[in-house]
Design a protein around this ligand. Sequence first.
Ligand SMILES: NC(=O)c1ccc[n+]([C@@H]2O[C@H](COP(=O)([O-])OP(=O)(O)OC[C@H]3O[C@@H](n4cnc5c(N)ncnc54)[C@H](OP(=O)(O)O)[C@@H]3O)[C@@H](O)[C@H]2O)c1
Length: 305
Amino acid sequence: METSKFDIDKITSQKGRLAIVTGANTGLGFETALHLARKEMKVIMACRNMVKAEKAKHHILRKLPNADLEIMKIDLSHLKSVRDFAVDFLAKHNRLDVLINNAGIMVPPYIKTEDGFESQMASNYFGHFLLTGLLLNTIIKTPNSRIVPVASIAHKKGKINFENLNFEKKYSPTAAYRQSKLACLMFSYELQRRLEKAGLKTLSVAAHPGVSITDIGRNVPKWMYNIALPFMPLVTHTPDKGALPIVYAALGADVKGGDYFGPKGFLEMFGSTGKADSTPLSLNKETAKRLWDISEELTGIKYSF
Ligand SMILES: NC(=O)c1ccc[n+]([C@@H]2O[C@H](COP(=O)([O-])OP(=O)(O)OC[C@H]3O[C@@H](n4cnc5c(N)ncnc54)[C@H](OP(=O)(O)O)[C@@H]3O)[C@@H](O)[C@H]2O)c1
C-alpha cells in the first residue's frame, strides 16, 4: 500500500459489524474505538476499570450520540478475568468481526502476577494470547474477520529470552516492554501462518501507532518526561493519528494477512500509514513457534491448529 492512499474518510459504513477493542478507555484504544464507532461499527470497549470505561463511553456518545457501544470488564493481566470475559462475551454474541489487542502497560516496577507472569508480559502479551484463543472459533466463523495485535517500534530492540521469559532472574523494565511487544508481533505473524495453513480466511494483521503522548508514559520517571516533553511535538503525533494504522489494519482495503502497518515518518514515529519495518527476529518462524508452544502451556489454552 502506498502511504498516501489510506484515507479513513473512504472507509464505508461498517454497520452490522462488531469489534472488541481492549484498553478502549483512554489513549490509542479510545481513539480507535471512536474511529470505528464513526464508521457505525458496534464497539465493545473491553476495559479493566469500569468507572473509566463508563466515562470514556459517555465521551464518545457526546461526540456520536448514535454510537453503538458496550463496555465489558477484562483484566488482561489475570487469566481468570480473561476467561470470564470470554464466557460473558460468547454468551451474548455469536460473531466477532474485529478483535483489536491494544491494551498495554510500559516500564512499570517489577510485579509478578498471580499467574506467575511479569506484568508487561501478562497484560501486553499473554492475556491477549489467551483472549484470541478463547474467541477464535467465533472469529473464524465471521466472514472477513480480522485480528489486530498492537506492536511497537520498541520491538526492534526486543529479544525473546526463553531462559528468563518472566524476568524472575533479573528485571529490566525496558527489556520486558520490548520483549512483550516483539512477542505481540511474532504472535501476529505466527497466527497468520497457522490460519493460512488451516485454510481459514480470517486475517491476522499487526499495527503500531508510532509515538503518541498518552497515559502509557505514566511509569516514565518525571524528570525524564519533563526533559523530553518540549521536543515531543516534533517527533510524535496525536493519539487520533496514532490510531490510524490500527484502524487500517482492522478495516483497510488491500490488507493481507501477515501485514504490519505503522506511520512512515521519521523513524516511524509519526506520519501517514504504510507498511511498517519488521526486524528479522520478528519474522523468525522457529522462535515464533517456540514462543507459541510456551504460551499455550503457560496460559492453558490449546489452539485448534
Ligand atoms: N503511546 C505510544 O506512543 C505507543 C507506542 C507504541 C505502542 N503503543 C501501544 O499501544 C497500546 C495502547 O497504548 P496507549 O499509548 O494508548 O496507552 P494508555 O493511554 O496507557 O492506554 C492503555 C490502555 O490499556 C489498558 N490496560 C492496561 N493494562 C491493562 C490490563 N491488565 N487489562 C485491561 N486493560 C489494561 C489501560 O487501562 P487503564 O486506563 O485502566 O490503565 C488503558 O485503557 C499499547 O499496547 C502500547 O504498547 C503505544
